[in-house]
Design a protein around this ligand. Structure first.
Ligand code: PMP
Length: 384
C-alpha cells in the first residue's frame, strides 16, 4: 500500500534501531530502555481493579476524573510546594501525549520552539507534527546541559513562541541550577514565550530537591507543567500523564482529545489517583535505589579507558563521554552490542550535542549493571 509522502523520508531514530536490533538477539544486557525495572505495587493494581468493580467502565470525562486531578494537585503541593487547582489539570495518555496536544493547541504554522540539546527525541517530531519548527540549542556538559542567556538570545527570532525544558533531563540525567532556571525565566519573560516544562523525573533528584519551574515568580501563567506516574510510580504500561496549565490551553486540549482518544483509560485513572495519594515512602525508597545504582555505575565508568562520566543529579540516566575511545556514539553502541551484548543508546539520537556520548539507563538490578560494566570495561580495553 502506498504510504503518505511525509513518511517517505522518515527513518527509525538511533533509539528505535537499537530497540529493534535487541528484539532479534538473545542474552542482551539491556541498559537502553528508560523504564523502571520495578513492577507496579499490588495495592495500586488493586485500586485499578476496584475501579472496574465500582462501575468505572464508561467513557471518562475528557479532562480526566476529578479524583485523579485532585490527587495530582495534592502530590505537587506536598512534594514541591506547587499550588494549582483541579480545573487546571489535564489527565493524558502517558506523559507522551501532552506535548502533542499542547503544541496542537498553541502552535501556528511556522512558529518556532526552542529545543535544548540533548533532548528527549519525541519532542522534535511532536513540534513538527503540529506545524511548528524546532530550533536546536547546542549546550555544554560543563554547564549542566542548560543554555546560557546568550545561547538563548542567539537562537530566538521574532517567530519564537515557546521553549521546552526537561530537568531532570532525559538523556543527560542533569539538572539545571536554580540560577540557570531563573536566567531562563528572565529570557522567557523578555520574549513573551510559553514554556513546556517536562518534569516527569521530579521524584528522582539526588542532590538537594527538585526545582519546579512554575514556582519561579511570573512563570506559572506561562508554564505547561508536564509530569506523570510512569517513572515515579513504576506505571509505564498504565499510560497516565498529567499537565498543569492555564484554563484555555486545557480546554483546547480537551477538544483535540475528543477526536483522538476521547479521554484516558478509566481503570488506569483510578489506579493513578490511588498511587498519587498513597505511595510517597515507596517513591522515595526507589529514588534512593536509583541513586545508589547511578553512583556505582558512574564509578565503574570513570575507571574505564576512554570514558568520562559526570555525576548525574537526577532521573535514572548516565550520559558518559566516550569520545576518548576514538569512536563515534553510533560506532561505540553498535560495536558494544555486537561484541559484548550490552545495549545502550547513542547520544547522537538526542541531537548533535549528544555526539560523543552514550546513554545508560540504570533501570536494571545492581547485579546486571555490574555485569554490564565488566563487559563494557573489557570492550574499552579491547579497542584502545
Ligand atoms: N518525557 C520524558 C522526558 C521521558 O523520558 C518520557 C518517557 N521516556 C516521557 C516524557 C513519556 O513518558 P510516558 O508517556 O511513559 O508517561
Amino acid at each position: 500500500m502506498e504510504l503518505a509522502r511525509k513518511f517517505s523520508e522518515t527513518k527509525p531514530s538511533g533509539m528505535v534501531r537499537v530497540f529493534q536490533a535487541i528484539e532479534k538477539m538473545q542474552g542482551v544486557l539491556n541498559l537502553s530502555i528508560g523504564e523502571p525495572d520495578f513492577v507496579t505495587e499490588p495495592d495500586i493494581i488493586e485500586a485499578g481493579a476496584k475501579g472496574a468493580r465500582d462501575g468505572f467502565t464508561h467513557y471518562p470525562p475528557l479532562q480526566g476524573y476529578m479524583d485523579v486531578r485532585e490527587a495530582a494537585c495534592a502530590y505537587w503541593e506536598r512534594h514541591h510546594g506547587f499550588k494549582s487547582s483541579p480545573d487546571n489539570v489535564y489527565i493524558s495518555v502517558g506523559g507522551l501525549h501532552i506535548p502533542w496536544l499542547a503544541f496542537g493547541a498553541l502552535l501556528n504554522p511556522g512558529d518556532e520552539v526552542l529545543l535544548i540539546e540533548p533532548y528527549f527525541t519525541c519532542y522534535d517530531a511532536q513540534i513538527r507534527g503540529n506545524g511548528g519548527v524546532p530550533v536546536y540549542i547546542h549546550t555544554r556538559e560543563e554547564n549542566n546541559f542548560a543554555p546560557t542567556i546568550d545561547e538563548l538570545r542567539a537562537a530566538a527570532t521574532p517567530r519564537t513562541r515557546g521553549i521546552i525544558l526537561n530537568y531532570p533531563g532525559n538523556p543527560s540525567g542533569r539538572v539545571a541550577s536554580l540560577k540557570q532556571l531563573e536566567e531562563i525565566a528572565a529570557f522567557v519573560e523578555e520574549r513573551d514565550l510559553f514554556v513546556l516544562s517536562d518534569e516527569i523525573y521530579e521524584s528522582m533528584v539526588f542532590n538537594g530537591s527538585h526545582v519546579c519551574f512554575a514556582n519561579i515568580p511570573g512563570m506559572k501563567e506561562r508554564t505547561l507543567l508536564a509530569a506523570g506516574v510512569s517513572k515515579s510510580h513504576c506505571m509505564t504500561g498504565w499510560r497516565i500523564g498529567y499537565l498543569f496549565a492555564p484554563q484555555n490551553v486545557i480546554n483546547t486540549m480537551c477538544v483535540l482529545s475528543s477526536f483522538q482518544t476521547y479521554g484516558v483509560n478509566t481503570l488506569s485513572q483510578k489506579a493513578a489517583a490511588y498511587a498519587l495519594n498513597t505511595q510517597d515512602e515507596k517513591v522515595k525508597a526507589r529514588a534512593k535505589i536509583f541513586g545508589e545504582r547511578m553512583k556505582a555505575v558512574e564509578a565503574r565508568l570513570n575507571a574505564m579507558k576512554g570514558v568520562k562520566c559526570h555525576t548525574a543529579e537526577g532521573a535514572f540516566y548516565l550520559f558518559p563521554d566516550i569520545s576518548g575511545t576514538g569512536l563515534t556514539s553510533e560506532e561505540f553502541v553498535w560495536q558494544l552490542l555486537n561484541s559484548a551484548k550490552v545495549a545502550v543508546l547513542p547520544g547522537s539520537a538526542f541531537g548533535q550535542t549528544g555526539e560523543g556520548y552514550i546513554r545508560i539507563a540504570c533501570t536494571q538490578s545492581m547485579d546486571t549493571l555490574m555485569k554490564s560494566m565488566d563487559k563494557m570495561e573489557e570492550f574499552c580495553r579491547s579497542i584502545l
